[in-house]
Every structure is written in structure tokens, then in C-alpha cells.
Ligand binder design. Structure first.
Ligand code: GLP
Length: 262
């Protein structure tokens, strides 16, 4: 694992965006991105969009697959993940909407998972998977107890996740109860993982997934099973990492060409 600790959340976005841009440039214009919703990756998306706008990064033939979608929320609803991904990724990156897919939470949810897995496979798999993490350690919407081998499927959201996401709705009652999410096994198939987190509310989850045991109880701990995972956090989210000083030492030790300027 590469763990990058930034002084503040603004730098998390810039550094993680630079990391994604570096990986995407190495793959080439046909890169397949895996994209997450939530507030954590917004700074990263802004940095990638800046590089697309000024011509430093070419995503003209890129494809993108979202991690998850609520079940039963109309796609015209501003908080449906179809709408969120369109607003935060598709338009700012200048992607062709026909090349961006989000799990089908509005159709036949029993087959939505298999259909989505087939679409990812047909695209040649995800090259770079961007991840946030929930306060309970979920990635995508894989709640605690998700099999480490799970594939895209329907899941029940925890009360904590619904309470966390109530800020996007008028009340917690309006937050859908179910979702369709890529599985932990699906996420592990991506060639690179870039996970971002900031703020004190994520400190417990970051400590658990980076330094705790690999466990279905903290689904994000799958980052420890991946051979090419980068975790970018601010000081607040890193505050419970026992080895924080060591991770900083490792970054400081990198040769100039390999170091992202935190
Ligand atoms: C949602 C999404 C996750 C996201 C998480 C954290 O539940 N399904 O993909 O990582 O929330 O959100 P935030 O970044 O807003 O804290």
C-alpha cells in the first residue's frame, strides 16, 4: 500500500487527482475509470477536470463505471447516482455519456448485478478504481458483513449509512433502503485502487482498513489485499494511524520523479 498523508483536505484532492492523472496517462486515452460518489472524491475530480481542460490529460476515449446506485430512486432525482456521476464526473471530464455506466437500480434489480459485471468485463475491466470510504468502513455500498469475494448485487443499507447520507435528502426517511453495488471482489479486480478520505469522522475507518485485520467487518480493508492501492488522506483522517510517521518517511524517501508533492 502507498499511503500519502496531506496537510489538509484541499491537498488530498490535488494529490489524489495528480495520482489518477498519472495512472490514466500511463494507460492511455482508452482508460477505464471506476468512479465513486460522495463528497470525498470531489477535489480529486476537480483536479482531473483541470488537467483535461488545459490539455494535460486526454480522456476523449475513456470509459467510466460507477460503483453503486440506490434502488428505486428516479434517475432524474438530483441525488440518484446517475445524476451525481453525470454532474461530478461525466460533464467535468468531458466524457461521452454513452461511455459512462451506473448500476441499474431502477430496472430488474435481481439481474442488475450480472448485467453490470458483464458490461465491465466487455470493457476489459476497470483500470483505475477511485474510492471513498464510509464511516462504517464501507466501500461502494458494501456494508459490514459483505463477503470479501462479493460481486455486483443488491444490498440493504445500514441505519448508519442512511443517517450519514440523510444530508443529501430532506429527511432520513427519504434515503432509499437498498442499493445495487459493485462487490468487494469486483473492486479488487481493478488494476489500481485510489482511495481518498478526509476529516476526523473518517479517522476510525482509515485506521481500521489500513492497519486493522482484513475483515468483512471493515469492508475497505480489502485495500490490504490489492497489490497496487494508494490511500490519500489528510492529517485529520490519518490521526489514528499508528504508523503515520513511517508512511511520511516512506514518501520523503522516494526519488523526485516518483514523489507526488503533498
Ligand atoms: C456513499 C457512497 C460511497 C462513499 C461514501 C462516503 O455511501 N456509496 O461510495 O465512499 O458514501 O461518502 P463521503 O465521501 O460523502 O463521506
Amino acid at each position: 500500500m502507498e499511503i500519502i498523508i496531506c496537510p489538509d483536505s484541499q491537498r488530498v484532492g490535488v494529490v489524489a487527482g495528480a495520482k489518477v492523472a498519472q495512472l490514466a496517462a500511463a494507460v492511455g486515452p482508452k482508460v477505464v475509470l471506476g468512479v465513486a460518489t460522495g463528497s470525498s472524491p470531489l477535489g480529486l475530480y476537480a483536479e482531473v477536470a483541470r488537467r483535461v481542460a488545459d490539455g494535460r490529460l486526454d480522456l476523449s476515449e475513456a470509459r467510466a463505471f460507477a460503483l453503486d446506485e440506490y434502488v428505486g430512486l428516479d434517475y432524474s432525482h438530483p441525488e440518484s447516482y446517475h445524476a451525481v456521476i453525470d454532474r461530478t464526473v461525466t460533464r467535468p471530464f468531458g466524457l461521452d455519456p454513452a461511455r459512462v455506466q451506473v448500476p441499474d437500480g431502477g430496472g430488474d434489480v435481481q439481474t442488475a448485478g450480472q448485467r453490470y459485471e458483464a458490461a465491465i468485463k466487455a470493457a476489459g475491466g476497470v483500470d483505475i478504481q477511485i474510492l471513498g470510504v464510509g464511516t462504517d468502513g464501507h466501500v461502494g455500498f458494501n456494508e459490514p458483513g459483505s463477503s470479501l469475494a462479493s460481486r455486483t448485487r443488491m444490498m440493504t443499507l445500514t441505519a448508519q449509512t442512511r443517517a450519514d447520507n440523510a444530508r443529501f435528502f430532506d429527511s432520513v426517511d427519504q434515503v432509499p433502503t437498498h442499493c445495487v453495488t459493485q462487490g468487494l471482489g469486483t473492486i479488487l479486480d481493478a488494476r489500481h485502487l485510489v482511495l481518498v478520505a478526509d476529516g476526523p469522522a473518517k479517522a476510525e475507518a482509515i485506521a481500521a482498513i489500513v492497519e486493522g485485520p482484513v475483515s468483512a467487518f471493515w469492508p475497505g480493508s480489502i485495500v490490504q489485499l490489492h497489490e497496487d492501492a494508494t490511500i490519500v488522506v489528510d492529517e485529520a483522517a490519518a490521526s489514528r494511524l499508528v504508523l503515520a510517521d513511517y508512511y511520511k518517511l516512506v514518501q520523503a524517501d522516494l526519488p523526485d520523479w516518483a514523489r507526488l508533492d503533498v
